[in-house]
Design a protein around this ligand. Structure first.
Ligand code: ADP
Ligand code: MG
Length: 254
């Protein structure tokens, strides 16, 4: 059974069909990448999947549960987390406090019988574990808003992980990162797959081809094809779509 699927999802913005009957399946444990030229509808699809905007038609299922029409905060509870490209960071607060708040927000009643002090310590321990996963340990006591962009992106991923998601949505995690940070992020994502299934939307084709078990190609709001990295690389229509639009992408594919 697949962990996640959409069936016939449609989204219109006025006369524009931004998401055209999209059916997408993500298997448990895989890294599934969503690629496509600018304006193909990738962000719209992620917004639909995370429940940020409602779909006009179609069905969405997470881990056997129909989540169609469910608002985003309930989707988080159902096991889906998404990175919001640093917008959910408390910029004036330390990295440690950001992480502790995120852990606490998702702890439900699990710490309820503990004393205040033990509670604090447990939260801190979880927060530090999350920081270690994203290589943030050395930044724990820094004010989040003062950190370089690449570090903030990592904090954003750590905050999403705090909910222990079954499905993690990563919308362009390498955007705005230099080559060194991008390379590090590839390593981090490779580690994260051991604990969660990942739907990765990414422009950096090198990263996509290194990481993804399967890739779906979105063009004009439709899934052109889904397949392994090799299948996608050798797909004549995919090469056609990228030709002349994104030279980097073609270079990475050949
Ligand atoms: P991508 O992320 O692949 O670059 P988007 O999902 O951002 O593509 O956009 C897909 C299409 O939908 C584009 O033509 C874009 O202009 C349009 N679009 C996206 N969001 C809105 C919106 N809120 N209102 C109107 N049109 C939108
Ligand atoms: Mg986009």
């Amino acid at each position: 059974m697949s962990l996640f699927k959409t069936e016939g999802v449609v989204k219109r913005f006025g006369g524009l069909l931004a998401t055209d009957n999209v059916s997408l399946t993500v298997e448990k444990g895989e890294i599934h990448a969503l690629i496509g030229p600018n304006g193909a509808g990738k962000s719209t699809l992620v917004n639909l999947i995370s429940g940020l905007i409602p779909a006009d038609q179609g069905r969405t299922v997470l881990d056997g549960k129909d989540i169609t029409g469910m608002p985003s905060h309930l989707r988080v509870r159902a096991g889906m987390a998404r990175c919001f490209q640093v917008t959910n960071i408390f910029r004036q607060d330390t990295v440690l406090n950001n992480l502790m708040l995120a852990v606490q927000a998702h702890s439900g009643t699990s710490f309820r019988f503990l004393s205040r002090r033990s509670n604090e310590l447990l939260l801190q321990e979880h927060a530090e574990q999350l920081a270690a996963k994203l290589d943030l340990t050395q930044h724990l006591h820094r004010i989040a808003g003062t950190l370089p962009h690449g570090v903030q992106r990592k904090l954003d991923v750590a905050l999403a992980l705090a909910s222990r998601p079954k499905l993690l949505l990563l919308d362009e995690p390498m955007a705005g990162m230099g080559p060194e940070d991008s390379l590090q992020m590839v390593g981090i994502i490779r580690e994260l797959r051991k604990e969660t299934t990942i739907l990765l939307i990414e422009h950096d084709m090198d990263a996509v081809f290194q990481l993804a078990d399967r890739i779906s190609v979105l063009v004009y709001g439709r899934i052109l094809t889904s397949g392994t990295a090799d299948e996608i690389r050798n797909h004549p229509q995919v090469q056609e779509v990228y030709l002349g639009t994104e030279d980097d992408a073609v270079e990475a594919m050949v």
